[in-house]
Ligand binder design. Structure first.
Ligand SMILES: [Zn+2]
Length: 314
């Protein structure tokens, strides 16, 4: 099994989050007084109105991730979590700029995350991990520039690509396009969160910029010309069934366009996005694909194979 769309911070175990809050003496969020209540707090409210509301929980998740030992621990644990699910390959993405509120530099953050991942890989040698760096919608030009520079400097290591994350409804893509033009010139592959809200211009631009994959892209199904473009360019859509319902990217869990994408000749793969927030796992996503969308084992195997072909760590 392969997973290409997984956020490090959205995969942090509730127990770890709770313990880090206590260890660092950070006041707990209202109503949280145990691992169980932390888990409940981190779970996306099924009545959340949109993506912006869902993303608010990351402010709390990132609070204890301003320290190097915490970053090492979470990265190490996530590798083990992924290996426990018998994944052969996974890409973990994160935004180093989100851990720089208390004086760390993005390079220090990166070193800690890589150390944690490498420690995990030492103990679990059968899984392969690639790391994607997320530029963030809403972050400053300087912060995103620094992230891009890190990706450039670390090219050829397990840091193998870029992403653009954050509130697409509020910020779009245009203001960040120049970073991806540069990444393309540098030969750094990238995916972009696009079409998670109804902004077709973001999907169009992401493909024009040369994104090899698109995160979510659920709204593409309403635009036949964009579907044709995705097919022509062989752009893979990273589908996250539970997440897409949680952020209102689809109106109901049984109304994901994954089948329509596949039938239109667009490569797709299954992902969790943020397993802790959405209470899911890659196995659960596969079960949903089988149960709701009637994917056969053969089709699922083919999707896994395609995902592997579209990985950024070669
Ligand atoms: Zn995502």
């Amino acid at each position: 099994m392969v997973e290409l769309h997984l956020h490090l911070t959205g995969a942090m175990a509730p127990r770890t989050c709770y313990e880090l809050y206590l260890e660092q003496g950070i006041p707990l969020p209202k109503g949280v007084h145990s691992v169980k209540t932390m888990a409940k707090f981190l779970r996306v409210d099924p009545h959340a109105k949109d993506l912006g509301e869902v993303l608010k929980v990351f402010d709390y998740i990132c609070k204890p991730l301003q320290k190097l030992d915490a970053l090492r621990r979470v990265s190490y644990e996530v590798v083990k979590q992924l290996d426990d699910q018998h994944l052969e390959y996974a890409e973990i993405r994160f935004a180093p700029a989100k851990s720089c509120s208390n004086g760390l530099t993005q390079d220090q953050v990166m070193d800690a995350v890589i150390e944690g991942i490498e420690q995990g890989l030492k103990e679990r040698p059968s899984i392969r991990i690639g790391v994607l760096l997320c530029l963030m919608r809403g972050m400053s030009e300087e912060q995103n520039r620094e992230t891009l520079e890190i990706a450039k400097r670390r090219k050829g290591t397990i840091v193998c690509g870029l992403d653009l994350a954050g509130d697409e409804g509020k910020y779009g893509l245009k203001d960040y396009a120049h970073f991806f033009e540069e990444a393309k010139k540098e030969g750094i592959p990238f995916t972009i969160h696009a079409g998670e809200v109804d902004r077709p211009e973001n999907l169009k631009l992401a493909m024009e910029l040369g994104a090899k994959r698109l995160g979510h892209a659920t709204y593409m199904v309403h635009y036949p010309e964009l579907m044709a473009e995705a097919k022509k360019r062989k752009v893979m859509i990273e589908c996250c069934l539970t997440s897409n319902f949680g952020t209102k990217g689809i109106p109901a869990l049984n109304q994901h366009p994954i089948r329509k994408f596949l039938e239109a000749g667009i490569p797709v793969c299954l992902n969790t996005d943020d397993p802790t927030l959405f209470g899911t796992s890659i196995k659960r996503e596969k079960d949903l694909a089988k149960g709701i969308y009637h994917f056969t084992e053969q089709e699922l195997a083919l999707m896994g194979h395609m995902a592997y072909e579209y990985r950024f760590l070669k």
